[in-house]
Design a protein around this ligand. Structure first.
Ligand SMILES: Nc1ncnc2c1ncn2[C@@H]1O[C@H](COP(=O)(O)OP(=O)(O)OP(=O)(O)O)[C@@H](O)[C@H]1O
Length: 249
């Protein structure tokens, strides 16, 4: 079943920049899809459409059967996004308040909110951090707080824009482990990265964008060969003619 359907989507910024140029893409429930492409190829603009932060000027974006143009609030609840800049996503004084922000907006009762926040913090191993100030945390911990925030909304689709940027080695490991666990627990994952080496072995599909268009779309091993022409670095194993291996091992 397609949990995401994008049909003939275009987006032109007010300065005339054609950021998306006739994008069509379907994603199955539970799939792990990586979107790669050079700077400015349109990845973030596409993700912002999935999270209903941008509504289609032309074309359709449908999340679990809900058109983002018709019900952006509900679509955003289903497709939660972890932004590239973790600081920009922090809204609470404490980790607990930050994760509770979304469920509070849903006007759930107190006990339900408490349960959702504690389950979400547990899922990203941050139970002990509930009373800490989010700004005091490391980059990897801040990204995990953002993940907990969308888990507390019960989002089924998790969207990550460059989740490894500005993270040190332990930070990348933490975040990557959680993304893999969330995929295994049935979430649909959409992720952009310039660093395929770290994550491609775990994905079901690789989509390559260039100048606002999808130029390749398929199983990682079949798509990855020769991607240098799109400004993307092919993982070492693939360049050596070997199968992709997990960067975590
Ligand atoms: N607010 C904006 N106004 C005008 N043009 C924009 C705006 N945001 C993005 N663009 C342009 O739209 C195109 C696509 O940008 P987008 O951020 O989606 O690319 P990207 O693939 O995510 O890039 P990066 O890898 O650098 O994050 C680029 O040419 C960019 O300059």
């Amino acid at each position: 079943m397609n949990i995401i359907e994008i049909k003939n989507l275009y987006h032109r910024f007010s300065d005339g920049n054609q950021a998306l140029d006739n994008i069509s893409l379907n994603v199955d429930k539970g799939e792990f899809v990586i979107i790669a492409g050079a700077n400015g190829s349109g990845k973030t603009t596409l993700l912002r459409h999935l999270n209903a932060l941008i509504l289609p000027q032309k074309g359709i974006v449908s999340i679990a059967g809900i058109s983002t143009a018709k019900d952006p609030v509900r679509a955003r609840q289903i497709a939660g996004m972890v932004f590239q800049d973790a600081d920009s996503q922090i809204v609470g004084e404490t980790v607990y308040d930050d994760v509770a922000f979304g469920p509070e907006n849903l006007k759930l009762d107190r006990s339900k909110i408490r349960k959702r926040v504690s389950d979400a913090l547990k899922a990203v191993n941050l139970t002990e951090f509930a009373d800490k100030q989010p700004f005091m945390l490391s980059g990897g911990e801040k990204r995990r707080v953002a993940i907990a925030g969308i888990l507390a909304m019960k989002s089924k689709i998790l969207i990550f824009d460059e989740p490894f940027s500005n993270l040190d080695y332990p930070g990348v490991k933490q975040v990557l482990r959680h993304i893999i666990l969330l995929h295994k627990s049935g979430h649909t994952i959409i992720l952009t990265t310039h660093d395929l080496e770290k994550v491609l072995a775990h994905a079901d599909r690789l989509v390559i964008m260039k100048s606002g268009k999808i130029v390749r779309n398929g199983a990682p091993e079949s798509v990855i060969k020769g991607v240098d022409i799109f400004g993307i670095r092919e993982p070492y194993a693939s360049r050596q003619g070997m199968s992709l291996t997990s960067w975590l091992e």
